[in-house]
Design a protein around this ligand. Structure first.
Ligand SMILES: [Zn+2]
Length: 188
């Protein structure tokens, strides 16, 4: 979050991005967080948290959609080397969420494999419909974050780590307009 403050203000440190750092982590890595974010070109976690080499595991899928392979990748750090933090990072004006929302609303499946993304976002759609509100795509984007973070927090492999206090699973939301990350759930 300190890094995100620097991203917002433009006072960037670009830490851990030189040959020394490369050598330091060449044999072994110890990232402090695992981030699951969207593929959106405007939401690269390493930039908006002002981090460098070896700092983060990063998973990116359309609308932070998960399935077994993605969930396994998110779990990798916490389960194998004690990575203490998972962040599910949604964002403003998410095209994947918007496409999934319209697909369900209009009863028109998305083409090809894109429909697998929509299907993974179905619980967030249902939640958004239940909540209502002026901007249903925004509501669905936030629901996708909090539902996905809650699922990870309570799954059989991660729940014991959360209960022990050695892992936090945080839901967060990125503003394209301001560059700021807002914590939605799970702050330690
Ligand atoms: Zn997106």
């Amino acid at each position: 979050m300190d890094g995100n403050k620097r991203w917002v203000s433009g006072d960037l440190q670009h830490p851990d991005r030189d040959p020394n750092r490369r050598q330091l982590v060449a044999q072994e890595q110890e990232p402090f967080g695992s981030i699951l974010s969207c593929i959106d070109s405007r939401v690269p976690p390493e930039l908006l948290f002002d981090t460098g080499l070896g700092d983060l595991y990063v998973m990116r899928t359309g609308g932070e959609a998960v399935g077994p392979v993605v969930t396994g990748s998110v779990e990798y750090g916490p389960m194998t080397s004690g990575t203490p933090l998972i962040v599910v990072l949604g964002h403003q004006r998410c095209g994947a969420v918007k496409a999934a929302y319209e697909s369900f609303r209009d009863g028109k499946p998305l083409p090809g494999n894109l429909d697998a993304i929509a299907k993974a976002l179905r619980p967030a759609y249902d939640q958004a419909v239940k909540e209502g509100g002026a901007d249903p795509v925004e509501t669905m984007s936030r629901a996708q974050v909090t539902l996905t973070a809650a699922d990870l927090r309570s799954n059989q492999d991660l729940a014991p780590l959360v209960a022990k206090g050695s892992l936090a699973v945080v839901g967060a939301y990125y503003s394209l307009d301001t560059g700021a990350v807002e914590v939605l759930s799970g702050a330690p």
